[in-house]
Design a protein around this ligand. Structure first.
Ligand code: ZN
Length: 399
């Protein structure tokens, strides 16, 4: 006897990476995992303690937000107003605003305050259908402060019906007081922070490679250190300019390269051969009112897997809605709804290296599901501001 049987639903399985629809389907659940998926008639002989009839609703894998910066103090609503008055992101960063102001507010907040503020954002993503959320550090900048944020990122998942994947954003921005000691700063991060973060349970290491961030050489040194400590890598690459960061990331078999507005064909080919996922972040593109779109046709041509994420952060993407993160790349970048949904399920799982456990509806996977009261899947790319699924099921339980 199974724990649970969901019936009278249409299922978007994404098994094997393709959409895969089972109409009038059923899903058997036991011990938090999916044990059987098929037509209702195929599962007719099975018994379960609970049988839920879903009234013809659509069931997708629980959404996975594979790129967020949830842990930060305060907001940057004031800078949003400055940008409306004409200042660019780069000008704000060079004037000591931007990331620096969030670093100061994060430092000033107590652990409990940071947890409470971050939890509100996490809850918004959960209401939108997320069952897994990646959370980056990055607003500490020095090793001690970064380890504090890593601990808080992990604590965020305690007593919550959601998987948290903590990523160390090791090289995010050069602190103002380190401008004359750049090499020393990078050395400290590599020599002190990476070994400590590996011990503290970071799932991966990330960096920001751009003209206002870190150079490919600095990133490469970081990646080598991460590999020595058994940590997979990811990279913010080609957002504002082409630094050939995606090719570098692929060289180190990165889980993902993210943003990619300025990606070229060499970079796309390198990503394809390394299996590095392209994570598109339409919230940042929208908030910065960028003109250069990520090269979706190139990604398709070279069969680079595409994920989408909120990039929820206080400066460039204050986006709290995973459903809007699926709509935006359809409208802004030309993704199909199917690509957008795959981008927040199976391909987002791949971007976290978790595709064996989550991201599809198949036997053996976690029973993390979203139940949508919609007539067809295309609605998930269509609505602007769909609040979230009718039901969210985490590890087999309504959550
Ligand atoms: Zn980011």
């Amino acid at each position: 006897m199974w724990d649970r049987l969901l019936v009278d639903c249409n299922i978007a399985t994404f098994e094997g990476g393709n959409l895969g629809v089972v109409e009038n389907g059923a899903i058997g659940i036991q011990d938090g995992k999916i044990v059987r998926v098929g037509k209702r008639t195929e599962l007719a002989g099975y018994r379960a303690q609970t049988v839920d009839a879903l009234g013809g609703a659509w069931v997708t894998p629980g959404l996975i937000d594979c790129h967020t910066h949830l842990v930060f103090g305060g907001t940057r609503a004031d800078e949003h107003a400055m940008r409306r008055a004409g200042a660019t992101y780069e000008e704000i960063a060079k004037a000591g605003g931007g990331i620096a102001s969030t670093v100061a507010k994060t430092k000033a907040a107590s652990d409990d305050e940071l947890l409470a503020q971050s939890r509100r954002r996490l809850h918004a993503l959960m209401r939108g259908g997320c069952t897994t959320v990646e959370v980056k550090t990055g607003y500490g900048l020095d090793p001690k402060a970064e380890l504090r944020l890593l601990k808080i990122a992990k604590q965020l998942g305690e007593n919550e019906a959601v998987r948290i994947v903590p990523t160390l954003l090791a090289l995010h921005a050069l602190p103002a007081d380190q401008r004359d000691r750049r090499a020393h700063y990078v050395g400290e991060i590599i020599d002190k922070l990476i070994p400590a973060a590996a011990k503290a349970g970071a799932a991966a290491v990330d960096a920001y490679c751009d003209t206002i961030g870190f150079t490919p050489d600095e990133v490469e040194r970081l990646f080598k250190a991460a590999a020595q400590h058994g940590l997979r890598v990811k990279l913010h690459a080609e957002q504002l300019s082409n630094q050939h960061g995606a090719a570098l990331a692929a060289q180190y078999r990165a889980l993902s390269a993210d943003h990619l507005e300025h990606l070229d064909e060499t970079g796309a080919k390198a990503m394809a051969s390394a299996g590095t996922v392209a994570v598109l972040l339409p919230g940042a593109y929208y908030a910065l009112q960028e003109k250069q779109k990520p090269p979706v046709e190139l990604l398709r041509k070279h069969k680079v897997r595409i994920a989408v994420a909120t990039d929820c952060n206080p400066g460039t993407s204050p986006l709290l809605s995973p459903t809007l993160a699926m709509n935006m790349p359809c409208t802004l970048f030309g993704l199909t709804p199917e690509e957008a949904i795959a981008g927040m399920t199976i391909n987002a799982a791949r971007a976290l290296g978790m595709e064996k456990d989550i991201g599809t509806i198949a036997p053996g996977k976690a029973a993390d599901l979203a139940v949508w009261n919609i007539e067809g899947l295309a609605e998930l790319g269509y609505w602007i501001g769909l609040p979230g699924p009718e039901r969210r099921i985490y590890a087999g339980n309504d959550a």
